[in-house]
Design a protein around this ligand. Structure first.
Ligand code: GDP
Ligand code: ZN
Length: 515
């Protein structure tokens, strides 16, 4: 089984199979050095005798069982316990391209190694105590990270993070359990339990669990990202907005063509969240048919998105044509049977640079005045509701007049100017706020718990709630220990302190081979 360590020496190509100039094969286990010695022929001064030393690199060749040359290689030796798995590890650095590495790997397997299973190197690191379970998961997240912030979060998880925090909570639970069990065993000899003090300790543990759980949502966003559809009638500046947003220095991926010629997809990092923007580009009202296709595309894009951003011309304000698009997407409003959009919605009033703000007496301000108000207006992402209520809105920033249904649909209105690249930060924070992770806007995020860990934490929290109820109901002590044990078990699943084979199975089966 997975939890019991086997004595096999395992080997696998640990670099991607395609196109690299170097391919690395990792061999790990008690026989790593002797198996490697059957395949490796040292060159230079080691030709006449070779006793590998830890953390040294050797140059030579790799051969098969018939001493046929397979590749020129560099050999890296890392002896136990100073290696990734804490076992003896030998790495063959071969020429890339796949052929050399596959032949050397086959030779190593003929020499006695077994092909490694997915995640098996990391599993061994875990079983040998080099990593806790949360750290092992962080390794996988690090490999899969799509933005620097996601990688940073995984790295801090790898350094101490979740496992250490949860181990601490777990040992505090263990202390409580030990005291309760002592009372069960030697009731007469011990002073009575200080119940208020006990409650206080349990609340402290619960608070720690809640704190860890609060990182889950933002962490999940960092890992999975957001799909954002940009919709709106032609010429309001959807494509310009997408370009302004992705061409900013936060862009991480250049524009790639989508599945159809008319849908553009671009990815950018918003507060570290990988955001995929879908723009229904290139749609023009040249004929009814094209227009209909355009609407259908917008519907499809918006239906699939986590968040739909509807763009209107902020200079002219909401028009009947906007109402048409709105109806095509939201029908009779969110939640109605005619609504196509499942996710949340933001309204962007673009072309703010062309807007002539109205003063209180309804007279248009000058262009110069309008420009001087720009900075303040673009920083404001106040909600449609507060606009509608007229509260907290300055006199220079009148609410954008919207139909009632639109006002109820859009969680926020952001004014932008795609051509002057203004309002993009406000758009960032409105998006993160809407996605439920406003803390990411400030860049304050270290480790976070993943879904599996969150699920176990929720179970431990529930068990502690039951414990609090048992205490309040004055139940016998054995009931208390039952709940406490359940909490301990769940916490142990996070750090890997006490873990069932199925849990390890699910964690490590998500790894790829070679990790
Ligand atoms: P789309 O059809 O909604 O994708 O709109 P485009 O992005 O193609 O823009 C339509 C026109 O509006 C182009 O001529 C843009 O240069 C212009 N435009 C886009 N955004 C702005 C803006 O913020 N201010 C001004 N003044 N013009 C803009
Ligand atoms: Zn466009």
């Amino acid at each position: 089984g997975l939890t019991t360590k086997d004595e096999d020496t395992i080997a696998s190509i640990v670099t991607g199979m395609s196109h690299g100039s170097v391919a690395i094969i990792r061999v790990s286990g008690t026989e790593a050095v002797s198996i490697a010695a059957r395949v490796f022929r040292p060159g230079g001064r080691f030709r006449f005798g070779w006793q590998p030393q830890s953390h040294r690199v050797y140059y030579g060749t790799a051969v098969d069982g018939d001493e046929r040359l397979l590749d020129e290689v560099l050999l890296l030796v890392m002896l136990s316990p100073r290696s990734y798995t804490a076992e003896d590890v030998v790495e063959f650095h071969c020429h890339g391209g796949g052929v050399c590495a596959s032949r050397v790997l086959r030779s190593l397997i003929e020499a006695g190694a077994r092909p490694a299973k997915p995640g098996e190197f990391t599993l061994r690191a875990f079983l040998n105590g080099r990593l806790d379970l949360a750290q092992a998961e962080a390794v996988m997240e690090l490999i899969g990270a799509r933005t620097a912030a996601a990688a940073d979060s995984a790295l801090s998880g790898l350094r101490a993070g979740v496992g250490a925090a949860v181990s601490d909570l777990r040992s505090r639970c263990l202390d409580v359990l030990a005291e309760l069990e002592a009372r069960l065993d030697f009731d007469e000899d011990l002073p009575p339990i200080d119940v208020p003090e006990l409650k206080c300790r349990i609340e402290g543990i619960q608070a720690g669990i809640e704190k860890a759980l609060r990182t889950a949502h933002a962490g999940n966003l960092l890992r999975t990202g957001l799909q954002v559809a940009i919709v709106g009638r032609p010429n309001v500046g959807k494509s310009s907005l997408l370009n302004a947003w992705t061409n900013s220095d936060r862009a991480i991926v250049t524009e790639v063509p989508g599945t159809t010629r008319d849908v553009l997809e671009a990815t950018l990092s918003v507060g570290g969240v990988p955001v995929t923007l879908l723009d229904t580009a290139g749609i023009r009202q040249s004929s009814d048919v094209v227009e209909r296709i355009g609407v259908e595309r917008s519907q499809a894009a918006a239906a699939a998105a986590d968040i739909a951003i509807m763009v209107i011309d902020g200079a002219t304000g909401w028009t009947d044509a906007d109402s048409d698009i709105f109806r095509a997407l939201w029908g009779d409003g969110p939640g109605s049977s005619t609504c196509k959009v499942k996710g949340l919605a933001l309204l962007v009033a673009n072309k703010d640079d062309l807007r002539v703000p109205r003063t209180d007496n309804g007279v248009g301000a000058t262009a110069a005045q309008s420009r001087s108000n720009c900075a303040a207006s673009s920083a404001c992402a106040s909600t449609a509701h507060s606009h509608g209520a007229g509260s907290g809105v300055s006199a220079e920033e009148p609410p954008l007049p919207l139909p009632l249904l639109a006002r109820e649909t859009f969680a926020a209105v952001v004014r932008t100017s795609a051509s002057e690249r203004r309002g993009l930060e406000a758009l960032d924070s409105a998006l993160l706020k809407l996605a439920g992770a406003p803390q990411l806007a400030s860049g304050g995020m270290s480790w976070s718990v993943n879904e599996r860990q969150a699920e176990a934490l929720v179970r431990s929290h529930e068990a502690l709630m039951r414990l609090a109820e048992s205490i309040a109901a004055d139940m016998p002590l054995d009931f208390w220990t039952i709940d406490l044990r359940a909490a301990l078990l769940a916490l142990g699943e996070v750090s890997g302190d006490e873990v069932a084979e199925e849990v390890l199975d699910t964690v490590f089966s998500r790894f790829c081979i070679g990790k």
